[in-house]
Design a protein around this ligand. Structure first.
Ligand code: NAD
Ligand code: UGA
Length: 435
């Protein structure tokens, strides 16, 4: 099939690669010219393992192309996916202006029957809203071209985006139209997906917000519990291991740390809480999930500061800047809160991250960016691990100790073995682990 995708971000491009992988012809449009130029030069303007190679392959096989000509791809394809951003407004609500703009363009240019599929994460009711926006545009053109709108939320994880997009664990299709559902099933026919669920658009929209908020809740639950474990001398990592042995609980998303970041959990939890507040409902659990996350890094930093005596004038190394390993994405990363705090406390800051330094340089030009972990740790009074890159978990910590001024390790991701670190002579502090 010929598929159009509007929005050449993480989701739009990985979805495009997955569709091309499964034999479709995919056309991706973005209104950011620089981004499109980069893709046309076979360069991915962000880091995602395996994506650049896949895009090169499919572009060369003429299964994939990038353009700024949105009109052309709208007219040339029966199915149009919207993968534009839905960032937080200051109120916490999702900003639907990019969705609205793209929907208007579809209404303006569509020439025959279309299925418009919303892949972006959007509040319940957005599929109907997009339908109305398109309808208004058609009315203005005095046209009554038929079309359907569908919800098809995306569940990929950054860092594993390609494997998640090519072989997803679940595909959720929210459609009120049999014709559109048949087309959606045809698109996904070649995917090796064990669970294809067809439901209403509103249900599909809620499944996305509920999934992200539930995963965030698991993390915030463990982070809050870590604060109690800390006082009681209990190891939260052992607790999560023991809890996860119950298959009803499972091991995933129980790792306590300095909070979840990224472009989605913080925004989607806030948006869900806000959707409820607009209906005079308060989702106490979701609000608590957000509140724990807001304060987790600060709680950890205050403990670290007490252990060290003070951050003022001390040489502090932050290892890891991205919101998780295997990405260059620093959106809502806990490292930013850490650097901000250290700057206020007048620490001397050195940082290293395998992929995220360029982005952080723009926010904090005054700190010292190093080319490898050992260089970053040289003369450090303490190291704070903010992201569990394997460059840090597999570091030669014996050699690292020789270059550090003082042997303090504040492990914000519980990524190192406390016993090993203590045996090497470090003063090790994790999240919710006994000293
Ligand atoms: P992104 O910011 O990386 O990309 C969005 C792209 O849309 C940008 O390149 C922007 O220029 C483009 N755009 C905006 N308005 C446009 C318009 N009118 N016409 C053409 N292009 C336009 O965003 P993303 O991370 O890919 O996320 C997209 C959506 O998918 C969001 O709703 C997000 O919540 C959701 N999502 C993201 C992930 C993820 O891991 N990043 C996973 C699942 C769902
Ligand atoms: C998350 C979801 O996992 C995806 O299913 C979803 O599609 C996506 O959001 C989205 O909607 O954008 P992602 O943000 O890429 O994916 O990354 P995750 O692996 O979920 O990690 C999110 C954050 O939680 C990271 O900061 C990570 O460090 C933190 N985390 C994760 C923990 O603190 N503890 C854990 O046990 C797991």
């Amino acid at each position: 099939m010929k598929i159009a995708i509007i929005g050449a971000g993480y989701v739009g491009t990985t979805t495009a690669a997955a569709f091309a992988h499964h034999g479709h012809e995919v056309f991706v449009a973005d209104n950011n010219q620089e981004k499109i130029k980069a893709f046309q030069r076979l360069k991915v303007p962000f880091y995602e393992d395996g994506l650049e190679e896949a895009l090169k392959e499919f572009i060369q096989k003429n299964l994939l192309s990038f353009t700024t000509d949105i009109k052309q791809i709208i007219q040339g394809c029966e199915v149009i996916f919207l993968a534009v951003g839905t960032p937080s407004l200051t109120t916490g609500e999702a900003d639907l202006s990019y969705i609205k703009e793209a929907a208007k363009e579809i209404g303006r240019y569509m020439n025959d029957y279309k299925v418009i599929v919303i892949k972006s994460t959007v509040p319940v009711g957005t599929v109907n809203y997009v339908q109305e926006v398109i309808q208004d545009e058609l009315k203005a053109r005095k046209s009554n071209i038929p079309f359907d709108t569908v919800s098809n939320p995306e569940f990929l994880r950054e860092g594993k985006a390609m494997e998640d997009a090519i072989d997803p664990e679940r595909i959720v299709i929210g459609s009120d139209s049999e014709r559109a559902e048949t087309i959606m099933r045809t698109i996904y026919k070649e995917f090796r997906c064990p669970n294809i669920m067809c439901t209403s658009p509103k249900n599909a929209e809620m499944i996305k917000y509920a999934s992200n908020s539930f995963l965030a809740a698991k993390i915030s639950f463990m982070n809050e519990l870590a604060r109690l474990c800390d006082v009681l001398g209990v190891d939260v990592a052992e607790v999560s291991k023991g809890m996860g042995l119950d298959s009803r609980i499972g091991h995933q998303f129980l790792q306590a740390g300095i909070g979840y970041g990224g472009s989605c959990f913080p925004k989607d939890t806030k948006a869900l809480a806000q959707i409820a507040l607009q209906r005079n409902l308060s989702l106490g659990i979701v609000e608590a999930v957000c509140a724990v996350n807001e304060t987790q890094a600060q709680w950890f930093l205050e403990k670290a500061e007490n252990a060290l005596g003070s951050f003022s004038g001390k040489q502090i190394t932050v290892l890891g800047l991205t919101f998780k390993p295997d990405t260059d994405d620093i959106r809502e990363a806990s490292s930013l809160k850490i650097i901000d705090y250290l700057v206020k406390k007048k620490a001397l800051i050195s940082v290293f991250d395998p992929k995220g330094m360029e982005h952080v340089k723009k926010l904090f030009p005054g700190i010292s960016y190093k080319t490898d972990p050992l260089q970053a740790l040289t003369n450090a009074d303490a190291a704070i691990i903010a992201t569990e890159w394997k460059q840090f978990t597999e570091l030669d910590w014996k050699s690292a100790k020789k270059v550090m001024a003082q042997p303090y390790i504040f492990d914000g991701r519980n990524s190192l073995d406390p016993e090993v670190m203590k045996n090497l002579g470090y003063v090790y502090m994790g999240v919710g682990r006994p000293p």
